[in-house]
Ligand binder design. Structure first.
Ligand SMILES: Cc1cc2nc3c(=O)[nH]c(=O)nc-3n(C[C@H](O)[C@H](O)[C@H](O)COP(=O)(O)OP(=O)(O)OC[C@H]3O[C@@H](n4cnc5c(N)ncnc54)[C@H](O)[C@@H]3O)c2cc1C
Length: 389
């Protein structure tokens, strides 16, 4: 015999979007549950660079765009959460760095150079004098300009664990293949029948298959692939974007300390975007050459290398460009969302709650008892399951 449950909100996907929204919905009094088919921490979320963007990267295009405006409030919201002052308590989450650096490779276009010196950027980036340069930029061999950017970088493992620890009582592992959806939106998983008032699909790339199960053809999803790199060895901590000739960072480095003296440099930016057509060996060779070009005084020969091909899943845009904001769509009782950025998770959760309120979804008074399903494990960091060469 099936056991029946009624919930206000049933969330699919335990990445940053699902966990953050689940916790906000519970705080607002909703009976919300989350189903995950793999591991909490997500696919993109745990593999992200953990940068809480405030829009500077987007302003490098030369003007304040919709992206810049939408994302401008995010570092403040995250800083409050990290300090335990916000709606979300992230006081236990490890900050890898409170700020990042922007550095010019020397081949900065004059328009980018004047933008960095402009009023628009003055409140965002501070140029550093030579004697303020941190390693590895504190050598005479470094000829470019260095700017400090007040945007934090989080340890994504600690972030996702912090959220998962709070959300665990309402998160269940299920088998997506054997799930049935009945006409009236009842979801049947094993011997459980869950009747949600609203469904939220935030399964990243997995949204496409879930939407198909619900017979939805819109919204459409786009995938923007990356070929990220990991370099492991005795490396100094660096959280920095290298600016080249275009508005997109040529290289973005974040670093993660390992046990002992080693750390991982996690490399993204244009190198990861243009590297999607290269095989891992060619991508590693290109990354090594790029580091040698950009930081020629450092010795990269003793490093171990690995790569991570991964897709960014987003709502489709004309021309396949990065969306400016997080996205919430869908209709009737099934909502579909992609946060676009880790940093946008709080904004997306607010939008979901606004929509529930607009549609008159009331918080049930009766607490849903725990489901008889296992708790999902936590997703590992990319370098914890990498094959090193
Ligand atoms: C390499 C990389 C670096 C990035 N760096 C940054 C950064 O520095 N800063 C920033 O703000 N953003 C960054 N981003 C973007 C950011 O990571 C993503 O926008 C965000 O993590 C997406 O979160 P999500 O919860 O929607 O998806 P995901 O993290 O992908 O989580 C989706 C979850 O859904 C689950 N799932 C899949 N199918 C199903 C199903 N059928 N049923 C139930 N669950 C399912 C998956 O297992 C997964 O747990 C980066 C992205 C990438 C790929």
């Amino acid at each position: 015999m099936k056991r029946s449950y009624s919930v206000d909100l049933l969330i699919f996907g335990g990445g940053i979007a699902g966990l953050w929204t689940l916790l906000c919905a519970r705080q607002a009094g909703y009976q919300a549950l989350l189903l995950e088919n793999h591991a909490l921490g997500g696919v993109q979320s745990i593999a992200s660079q953990g940068i809480i963007h405030g829009g500077t990267k987007y302003a490098l295009g030369g003007s304040v765009t919709a992206s810049t405006r939408a994302i401008g409030d995010m570092p403040g919201i995250w800083r409050d959460a990290l300090a335990g002052r916000g709606d979300m308590d992230l006081s236990g989450v490890r900050l890898l760095s409170g700020h990042q650096y922007l550095w010019s490779s020397g081949s900065l276009t004059s328009s980018l150079a004047s933008l960095l010196a402009s009023k628009l950027m003055q409140s965002r980036v501070a140029p550093l004098a030579r004697d303020e340069h941190p390693p590895p930029f504190d050598v005479s061999g470094f000829r470019g300009r260095l700017y400090r950017l007040e945007e934090p970088v989080l340890d994504t493992a600690s972030l996702m664990k912090g959220l998962a620890d709070q959300a665990r009582p309402w998160c269940c592992l299920y088998d997506a293949e054997s799930m049935e959806i009945r006409n009236n939106n009842t979801v049947v998983v094993g011997n459980l029948e869950i009747s949600p008032c609203r469904v939220l699909l935030v399964a990243g790339k997995g949204n496409a298959a879930l939407m198909e199960r619900w017979g939805m053809t819109v919204p459409r999803m786009q995938l923007r692939p990356l070929h990220m790199l990991m370099a492991r060895g005795k490396l100094p901590p660096v959280h920095a974007h290298c600016l080249g000739a275009s508005a997109n960072p040529r290289l973005t480095i974040t670093s993660y300390p390992l046990e002992g003296e080693e750390s991982v440099w996690y490399l993204g930016g244009e190198l990861a975007e243009t590297g999607v057509t290269r095989d891992p060996a060619a991508q590693i060779a290109e990354a090594r050459a790029e580091l040698e070009r950009l930081l020629p005084w450092m010795d990269f020969t003793p490093l171990q290398w690995a790569t991570l091909p991964i897709d960014r899943a987003e709502v489709a845009t004309p021309g396949g460009k990065r969306p400016d904001d997080c996205y919430l769509g869908g209709d009737g009782s099934v909502m579909v969302a992609w946060p676009t950025k880790l940093a946008f998770a709080p904004r997306l959760a607010d939008r979901v709650l606004e929509r529930l309120a607009q549609e008159g979804v009331q918080a049930s008074e009766q607490e849903t008892p725990p489901l008889d399903l296992p708790a999902p494990p936590l997703a590992p960091l990319p370098w914890e399951h990498a094959t090193w060469s």
